[in-house]
Design a protein around this ligand. Sequence first.
Ligand code: PHE
Length: 359
Amino acid sequence: MGWVSLSYPATRITHISVNMDIKEELIKLKKDALEDVKKIVDPDAYKELYAKYLGRKGELARLAKGMKNIAESERPSVGILVNDVKMALESALEDAKNTILGSFPDTGDSVFDITLPGNKVNVGGLHPITSFIWEIEDTFRELGFGVVDGPEVESEWYNFDALNAPSWHPSRDMQDTFHVKTDKEEKMVMRTQTSPVQIRAMETYGAPIKIIVPGRVYRNEEMDARHEATFWQVEGLVVDKGISISHLLGTMNYFIDRILGAKTRWRPGYFPFVEPGLEMDIECLLCSDGCRVCKGTGWLEFMGAGMVHPNVLKSAGVDSNVYSGFAFGFGPERLHMLKYGVNDVRLYKSGDLRFLEQF
Ligand code: PHE
């Protein structure tokens, strides 16, 4: 090619025709290169042409090297031309890359690999307890339960009194309570349980009723591997004519079977709003012969339950001579821990993605 001759001694002669040659070479280079660029059909061709014209050892670089042999007075105009050619080639090559080949990663002028995977976009996910509560809701929905919500800042009346626990009642000590100052006359608390929604739901919907109430509850607890000051509960309430304790046992045994598939046992238990009261234990799935979590007993306390106390039905305006019912309340975090072998409840609110991303 003609411009190869640039390196021959004549270029050192400060003669106008030599500089004209360089300019002509540059113009020709631009024309040829733009023609070539039009023919790019794949990344390899792009790579090749980029190297050929704009690479470190490319043709433009070689021409530009000839600058030092040009008369000083000519240098600015040749320089402008070199720049013009360079910009025209760069933009033509860029256009070819974007429009003809689509966008493939710009890894400089040496490597293009359109088979490289794209950049991963991180999207958020549901918290494991959120999706677990949805699973619990679905299981109860299949049994005909509705899902109901209630306030987390609750009056003492709903949280205790209406549930058969007046202010003097010793059972109030069972739940260390956060009291809340408000401008209301009523005394307010952060609800210690989801049971107040039993009353609210019966007031709103009357009887018969069949609901669960998932929600957050608050207790002024010492925090450890099994206890937190904020946690979840799922309350359940079924009120109808002729409801007996066998409905309670049948429903809850079925539920545990579906969600966990573990052995359970029932014990008598005390809660002021049920009579008789029961507690369900689940076999400890974290060990086979007794561990720290089950304190060597092989069983974990799981759920409070019982037949709704007539005083509770009365508080909510339901006739206890006509209706009876059962109620239950359990912690979905405890259930999740058993299901997945999690040995510290504090992990759920740790925000640690290494933990959360496993579910
Ligand atoms: N609310 C009780 C608790 O927080 C659980 C419970 C609910 C017990 C319904 C009986 C009936 O421990």
